[in-house]
Design a protein around this ligand. Structure first.
Ligand SMILES: NC(=O)N[C@@H](CC(=O)O)C(=O)O
Ligand SMILES: [Zn+2]
Ligand SMILES: [Zn+2]
Length: 378
């Protein structure tokens, strides 16, 4: 029967990446190209040094990103067809929430049309989170009230930071001690639980995705390729594996399976967010290695593999919902026109990508062969 034959081609609306780190400076030109080629839009994280805390800074950063796309296209490294794709890329900007963010910054962000969300980094939770928030409801209630009133989404890195909470339990603890009190105080605030990694988070977002009076979702979650494909064993396979270290950290198999179930469910509250987070090789292979996996160039193939692992590619519906439809619906943006095609064409991930510093970047799955690759972008 046709339905039991393994598919060889996947045709989807052009995807977006709803959680991405592009960095800044010299790295930007190289990092942005991979995303601009594979995604039409991306929610760009604001955890630069110093962080992007104002609309003015976000607009300036947006300008640097678009200039970097231009520079990449002028470099001669990409074909004309690739550059035509890359030039369609739209960075969607995000403000970094601090204890000192004034409520009227939200008004400026809304008016700009370029800022699509505000990001909560609990202080000390992850890369460049020192300027983050230590007491969300205590420090940020006025800003959150304004965000709720204006419909500005809050994106959360959902981990508590208390030293006594085990690193593998920090996301589940966050649901109880921050997410629930936040949503009960601000029930119509739009919230994205970023890069979820646990059964508890998948279940919370499955069961508590309330809607506003117009029927629009108020809660969603992004899921990374590494959390769909790996459990925490990947960190210790044959020795310490720094390139699998990201935050929130990989969890037990039970959690990976819950994430796969959520991502492939077709439920509208789950969508693609790579959390592609490049760090130079020498900063990951170090006595104190940085957290973050660089996945942008191969992310679509990685997601396809995760879906196929549970037979969820028999039709493209759930895959396309996750990559290309649910995110725009939540962010109240149109689905991208055009089509992307993935085929069962093996592609080997390079051991190292020669940019940012002499040490380069080691992408997720370096040296391994992927089953699926992007074969057409229209
Ligand atoms: N995910 C990570 O491990 N790292 C991200 C920060 C983040 O998303 O928490 C980074 O900026 O490097
Ligand atoms: Zn994060
Ligand atoms: Zn991130």
């Amino acid at each position: 029967m046709a339905s039991s034959i393994a598919p060889t081609t996947l045709t989807i609306a052009p995807p977006d990446d709803w959680h991405l780190h592009l960095r800044d400076g010299e790295a930007l030109e190289h990092v942005v190209a991979a995303t601009a080629l594979n995604f039409r839009r991306a929610i760009v994280m604001p955890n630069l040094k110093p962080p992007v805390t104002t609309t003015e800074q976000a607009l300036a950063y947006r300008g640097r990103i678009l200039a970097a796309v231009d520079k990449a296209c002028m470099s001669g490294r990409y074909s004309e067809a690739d550059c035509a794709q890359m030039r369609q890329f739209q960075p969607l900007m995000v403000l970094y929430l601090t204890g000192a963010t004034p409520a009227d910054e939200i008004d400026r962000a809304m008016v700009s049309g370029a800022v699509h969300a505000v990001k909560l980094y609990p202080a000390g939770a992850t890369t460049n989170s020192d300027a983050g928030v230590s007491d969300l409801l205590g420090q940020c209630s006025a800003v959150l009230a304004r965000m709720q009133a204006l419909g500005m989404p809050l994106l959360v890195h959902g981990e508590v930071t208390e030293a006594h909470v085990d690193v593998f339990d920090r996301e589940a603890a966050f649901i109880e001690s921050v997410m629930k009190p936040l949503r009960s105080r601000f029930p119509s605030l739009r919230v994205v639980f970023e890069h979820i990694t646990t059964r508890q988070a998948a279940e919370y977002v499955t069961d508590h995705a309330t809607r506003d009076a117009q029927g629009r979702l108020l809660l969603a979650a992004t899921i990374t390729p590494q959390h769909l494909l790996y459990n925490r064993n990947a960190l210790f396979r044959g020795g310490l594996q720094p390139h699998w270290y990201c935050l929130p950290i990989l969890k037990r198999e039970e959690h990976r399976l819950a994430l796969i179930k959520a991502a492939t469910s077709g439920l509208p509250q789950f969508f693609l967010g790579t959390d592609s987070a490049p760090h130079a090789r020498h900063l990951k292979e170090a006595s104190c290695g940085c957290a973050g996996c660089y996945s942008a160039p191969y992310a679509l193939g990685l997601y396809a593999e995760a879906f196929e692992s549970v037979g969820a590619l028999q039709t493209t519906d759930a895959f396309e919902a996750f990559t290309s439809r649910n995110g725009p619906a939540f962010y109240r943006l149109p689905v991208n026109p055009g089509r992307f095609e993935l085929r069962r064409v093996p592609e080997t991930v390079p051991e190292r990508l020669p940019f940012v510093t002499d040490s380069g970047i080691v992408p997720l799955r370096a040296g391994e062969t992927l089953t699926w690759s992007v074969t057409a972008r229209e």
